[in-house]
Write a protein that binds this ligand. Sequence first.
Ligand code: S3P
Length: 444
Amino acid sequence: MSRDWIAQPAGPARGSIRVPGDKSISHRALMIATIAEGSSRVSGFLEGEDTRATERILLQLGARIEAPAASERIVHGLGLHGLSGSDRDLDCGNSGTGMRLLTGLLAGQRFSSRLVGDRSLSERPMARVITPLSKMGARIEARDGNLPPIIININNGMKAIDYNTLIPSAQVKSAILLAGLYARGETTVRESQPTRDYTERMLGAFGWPVRFAPGSATVPGGHRLVATDVEVPADFSSAAFLMVAACLLPGSDLRLLQVGMNPRRTGLLSALRLMGADIGEENHGRKGGEDVADLRVRSSRLRGIRLPTELVPDMIDEFPILFVAAALADGRTVIDGIGELRVKESDRLSAMARALAALGAQVAESSDGIVIEGGELQGGEVASLGDHRVAMAMMVAAQRAAGPVLISDCANVDTSFPGFVRLATDCGLGLRVAEPGLAPMPSG
Ligand code: S3P
């Protein structure tokens, strides 16, 4: 059911909060612990719709997963060859990560599978995983245009490949590495720009002899994974929305606790600092093999920048909220090399350009970039297109608009950030869920 939000100017953002666990790590922890030997405890697990979809699929395939408390899982591993097939569709919901990683994991199994997704996921490109996995010997079918559903047929055994990815993508890299666990020989993935390395790190933590450096990763086939406990840090991408709200709202002083600081995720921090943000790091530590820190964000005047393109993969999920920062900064922001945004949960480049323009921002979109002139925003109505990150970004934009903003179709925020409304309002932001049947708001 569609759920709309009414977001209105408020702030400052204050307090100390911990956002939910990292989505990327939560998916991987369940998948890898399921094919390990022994029992692994996963704490700080993201109770989001995306990661729960992955959990349901693993249960369908025979996994034994207990949930002793919220955000806690105990996974009793089945070993590398312990999964069994399901007659029913495997429903990945809204999750590209779930579908692409599971395609890799399931490519080398001795049973066939059919992976499906919601309307948004059913329009997302899958050739990027089908091509390399087919080279490894997988027999995969998809709808015309290589769109989901994905059918994985039983194959005659997987073989290793040495593969250069065409676009930097951690999902593609991870799918190939997971398939490589089942292949004869050594599978290597090389990428022109390094992407998040959680799969490599986690395979290593579970005892697989993986070798990796920024831009390449190699797994030999035919080893075993040994259970280990995983502590999931807070998700940097979820923290990003509140971080930008605190930058933008005068008088803010917000602490975001124990946020994952993997350098392949923190590009937004570098971008915001270039814009003049005041973000300090405190209590550096390690959680589940990852660097974590508390981020202390105080408001400051932001100025427009030309974004260094090498930051793009390290902030691939943070563009909606960076656009909001740019729309409220002094001067012009120029961003290139972000064509990938067009194949996320929505076409984020045009969804955000339209939403910001609807509030009066001056934006010029090109095929793979955007130019945003900083200025003031008005109230009005915007469409999130069911994209969680567009919804949360526009909610932050509304905090500095001249009037309330109605944001449509926000239910998918639960895919990545359950409890967002509560947490955002707790730290001083203006947001409520609209009553069903509410009359449209006057714009302006
Ligand atoms: C993810 C990788 C990124 C990111 C997504 C999560 C992952 O996608 O956008 O939210 O967990 O590997 P791409 O690999 O398509 O860039």
